[in-house]
Ligand binder design. Structure first.
Ligand code: 5GP
Ligand code: ZN
Length: 114
């Protein structure tokens, strides 16, 4: 059994509120939402962080951004705007070491982030 919580979600070992799935990407609601809409998009393959991405992942990345666009439209965030976040490493605030994209929307976002 994987130690990685997001690999376990991919495997169906931990329940989650899945809102999109295909061969390579899974999207589900964050368990601790920081905005009215707070989705997580992950590659199904275990990639620990942004730092492990390579040129060979360009197709995967383009696809993830296409899914982000699709979900932003589905959740009606495209007109008002939204925020997409990748936390990397301890000081970046990464707590789950499986690459994930936060899609946050439904309220005004602050800048700079905390
Ligand atoms: P990070 O801090 O690594 O950028 O983001 C990890 C996110 O995963 C957090 O927002 C946290 O709430 C979410 N999370 C952690 N464990 C689970 C889980 O078991 N299920 C779901 N749906 N989200 C989780
Ligand atoms: Zn993983």
């Amino acid at each position: 059994m994987s130690e990685c919580v997001f690999c376990r979600i991919v495997a169906g070992e931990i329940p989650s509120d899945i809102i999109y799935e295909d061969d390579t990407v899974l999207a589900f609601k964050d368990i601790n939402p920081q905005a009215p809409v707070h989705l997580l998009l992950i590659p199904k393959d275990h990639i620990p962080s942004l730092l492990e991405l390579t040129e060979a992942d360009r197709g995967l990345l383009a696809h993830i951004f296409a899914v982000i666009q699709q979900l932003a439209r589905e959740y009606e965030l495209d007109k008002k705007g939204f925020r997409t976040v990748i936390n990397t490493g301890d000081e970046g605030g990464q707590t789950v070491h499986h690459l994930h994209f936060h899609l946050l929307g439904g309220r005004f976002m602050q800048w700079p982030p905390g």
